[in-house]
Write a protein that binds this ligand. Structure first.
Ligand code: 5GP
Ligand code: ZN
Length: 140
């Protein structure tokens, strides 16, 4: 897509520090890392949402992301990694070309996800929620 910064990075029109590329995906250093070595894996093809990425490409993104995560774990500074994907503005997506974050983590890296855990009102609320999700789930 003409105006997309990540399409331009994958096409070489905007420079980035490349980690890996093949015919389906491109991986490069995030310009504003959570920790040094934070990588983004993107499909070469423009997709705003992860949900429209063809299965082969999506699978490649996950595989490459996980293998980059393993490479990061081999570095002295790191013990683990997070894979993260924000799909939609409310989820924190800023660049509207789908991308998988690979975030290296160390036990003392002082980074804490803003995680929370709420409770369902009761079991009926859980069942109703599961049924709502299943009603709207289309895998074709
Ligand atoms: P999002 O919030 O959309 O999941 O993450 C977008 C990510 O893209 C951010 O972590 C940001 O630092 C990174 N980013 C935005 N623009 C550029 C850029 O021009 N080059 C690189 N390498 N990373 C970028
Ligand atoms: Zn794009």
């Amino acid at each position: 897509m003409a105006d997309c910064i990540f399409c331009k990075i994958a096409g070489g029109a905007i420079p980035a520090v490349k980690i890996y590329e093949d015919e389906l995906v491109f991986a490069f250093l995030d310009i504003g890392p959570i920790n040094p070595g934070h990588v983004l894996v993107i499909p070469r093809e423009h997709h705003e949402s992860a949900s429209t990425i063809p299965e082969t490409t999506a699978g490649r993104m996950f595989r490459v992301g996980a293998r980059i995560g393993i490479a990061l774990k081999r570095l002295d500074a790191y013990d683990a990694y997070n894979l993260h994907l924000a799909d939609g503005t409310a989820a924190g997506q800023v660049v509207m070309h789908a991308h998988l974050h690979v975030i290296p983590r160390g036990v003392n890296d002082q980074f804490h996800w803003n995680w929370r855990q709420i409770a369902y009102a009761d079991d009926a609320a859980k069942t109703a929620m599961a049924e709502e999700i299943q009603k709207h789930l289309h895998l074709d």
